[in-house]
Design a protein around this ligand. Structure first.
Ligand SMILES: Nc1ncnc2[nH]cnc12
Ligand SMILES: [Zn+2]
Length: 335
């Protein structure tokens, strides 16, 4: 099978996806008109044209502004359903999806609005296509730890729907050490833990995520290359990195895809995975990211298969399900 076909044919997981970052300009436009929200744009094309970023913060400013059109339960249903439809199109069989409660609760939109919307879409996608979903509740690191603890408490009625907690938003100046207590509380409640670290922040933030937050995965982590002993630690522990190639280019973490380090990390035996992060803002869903590695980094078939297998190994799926998918991948790759 040629590589393009194999990218599509392989069953995949996506482990680093912000549901608010999958809000397409057309949906933003329609929801703004539904709710009478005024947007600083004159057309859908105008929204698309605004998506030029120089760093993480310049993106986050538009991302939080865009999320303001999400107001009622059906908006969150539509948002989740649109993303899961894309999963079906891309042959993503399992997704671990981040949501940012504070982006909504700070506007008076509560857990009782967004969680039922998400749940209805997740059940529909499971019934229609057999896609499985775990939710990751992410704390906004530019806000206080107390705000994160309040959020963890507000989520109580929805704990059965949530698999893990995460940490996102403005990285520089908001190190993982700021969130030690809330992560300890989340772990004690039985949640898995992930954190964005080493996207714009230094290797020290990755060490902190490992040693102070005791995370199960690092989101991004691409700046680990600046610290040889950190690289060794990540390799020894098989610590997964959920890397987002197109995001890193759009946010100027690397100048060009040909400069991206994902395949060299893979060849160094780190457990790296491919993900879309915020696909509607960064110009591509999961398979677009894999295709970009083929086009610009000459990804070969064995690298593709390893990346896709890593996406299952790094997931929070039970071992028997992981093994089921790993066997399927081997069988498809052997064809
Ligand atoms: N790439 C990213 N980094 C940090 N916070 C985010 N929130 C949404 N996307 C993000
Ligand atoms: Zn992210």
């Amino acid at each position: 099978m040629n590589l393009i076909k194999l990218i599509h044919a392989l069953p995949k997981t996506e482990l680093h996806l912000h549901i608010e970052g999958s809000l397409e300009p057309a949906m933003m436009w329609n929801l703004a008109s539904k709710h009478g929200v005024s947007l600083p744009y004159d057309s859908i094309a105008d929204i698309e044209a605004a998506y030029q970023f120089e760093d993480l913060q310049s993106f986050l400013d538009l991302y939080y502004q865009g999320a303001d059109v999400l107001r009622d339960e059906d908006d969150f249903y539509q948002l989740m359903m649109a993303y899961l439809t894309r999963c079906h199109d891309d042959n993503v069989v399992h997704a671990e999806i981040m949501f940012d409660p504070q982006t909504h609760t700070s506007r008076g939109v509560g857990f009782d609005v967004f969680m039922p919307g998400f749940e209805r879409a997740i059940q529909d996608a499971k019934q229609k296509w057999g896609i499985s979903v775990y939710l990751i509740m992410s704390f906004l690191r530019h806000l206080s730890e107390k705000d994160a603890i309040d959020t963890l408490n507000q989520a109580r009625a929805y704990y059965p729907m949530i698999k893990a907690v995460g940490l996102d938003s403005s990285e520089l100046g908001n190190p993982p050490e700021k969130f030690v207590k809330v992560f300890a509380a989340a772990r004690a409640l039985g949640f898995k833990c992930v954190a964005h670290a080493g996207e714009e922040g230094p290797p020290e933030y990755i060490w902190q995520a490992l040693d102070l937050l005791h995370v199960d995965r690092i989101d991004h982590g691409v700046r680990c290359v600046e610290d040889a002993s950190l690289m060794q630690r990540l390799k020894d522990e098989g610590m997964p990195l959920t890397v987002c190639p197109q995001s890193n280019i759009k946010l100027c973490v690397f100048d060009h895809m040909k400069d991206h380090n994902i395949l060299s990390l893979l060849d160094d035996d780190l457990c790296v995975t491919v993900n879309a992060d915020d696909p509607s803002y960064f110009g591509g869903y999961l398979n677009d990211n894999y295709r970009a590695l083929m086009t610009h980094l000459s990804m070969n078939e064995s690298q593709l298969v390893k990346l896709v297998k890593n996406s299952f190994v790094a997931s929070f799926l039970p071992t028997d399900e992981k093994n089921h998918w790993l066997r399927k991948i081997d069988a498809l790759a052997a064809q």
